[in-house]
Design a protein around this ligand. Sequence first.
Ligand code: ZN
Length: 146
Amino acid sequence: MVNMDAEINSAQVNKIEHIGIAVKDLEASNELFEKLLGVPNYKIEDVLSEGVKTSFFKSGPNKIELLEASDKDSPIAKYIEKKGEGIHHIAFEVDDIVEEIARLKNEGFKVLNDTPKKGADNKLVAFIHPKTANGVLVELCQEIKD
Ligand code: ZN
């Protein structure tokens, strides 16, 4: 039997693309996560628009993004001030971020940026407000194809 629902709801989020972790000291955390995962980070990237410095690790199918505030007004600085270090967001890969933003808004989620913006690691990103997602900051990301 054909699953009609699956065909109608073709838009969906794919795999977890990465997990974002807020850290106070990126250099120290790079050492820690290198020990934990057994691999060094493959990239450090400043995301000026967000006031963060990011570091990426890959181990097996898993990807971890460490985020350190690069200025005191960045969302990461505020997050650490309020909640301390820890898991900051979960990022899901999507095929069509514009379509997903529209779908999720239609489902009642509050999208923090209606227009996708350029995030770290060659991605277009949008964030879902944690208040509408059981306290979880959700990032949607779509790879930018050259
Ligand atoms: Zn992220």
